[in-house]
Ligand binder design. Structure first.
Ligand SMILES: [Zn+2]
Length: 114
C-alpha cells in the first residue's frame, strides 16, 4: 500500500492512523464523451485538520470548499479535536510514561516550522 502524507505538514500517515481524507475527482458535464479523472485522496493529520478549521478562510474557491467541509467535521463532534490533542500530547511527551506515543523517538521538527 502506498504511503500517505498529510498535505499540510507532510507527516507520514501510517495505515490505520487517525486522519481526515478529502476525495476529489473531476468529471465533464454535458460533454460527450464524458470524461472522468482519476480520484485523488488528500489527507490531513488531525492536528492540521483542526488547525485549518480553527484558522481563517484560505484563498481560492476550491480551498474554501475543502476548508468548509473540514470545518463542519471539526465542529460536529469533538472526536477529531480529541485525536489532535492526543497526538500533540504524545509529541510533547505529556502522556504518562510507557504509552506508545511516549516511547516513540522524537519526530523530525519539519512541521513545526512557521
Ligand atoms: Zn498535518
Amino acid at each position: 500500500m502506498e504511503s500517505l502524507y498529510c498535505l499540510r505538514c507532510n507527516r507520514e500517515l501510517e495505515s490505520g492512523q487517525k486522519s481526515v481524507a478529502v476525495y476529489v475527482f473531476a468529471q465533464t458535464v454535458g460533454i460527450r464523451p464524458r470524461q472522468k479523472s482519476a480520484a485523488r485522496r488528500i489527507c490531513f493529520c488531525p492536528q492540521c485538520a483542526v488547525s485549518l478549521a480553527m484558522g481563517p478562510a484560505p484563498e481560492g474557491a476550491l480551498n474554501v470548499q475543502a476548508w468548509d467541509m473540514i470545518r463542519s467535521l471539526v465542529a460536529a463532534d469533538s472526536a477529531l479535536n480529541r485525536a489532535a490533542w492526543e497526538s500533540l500530547s504524545g509529541l510533547l511527551g505529556l502522556l504518562p510514561a510507557g504509552t506508545e506515543a511516549h516511547a516513540r523517538p522524537a519526530v523530525g521538527g519539519a512541521y513545526f516550522e512557521f
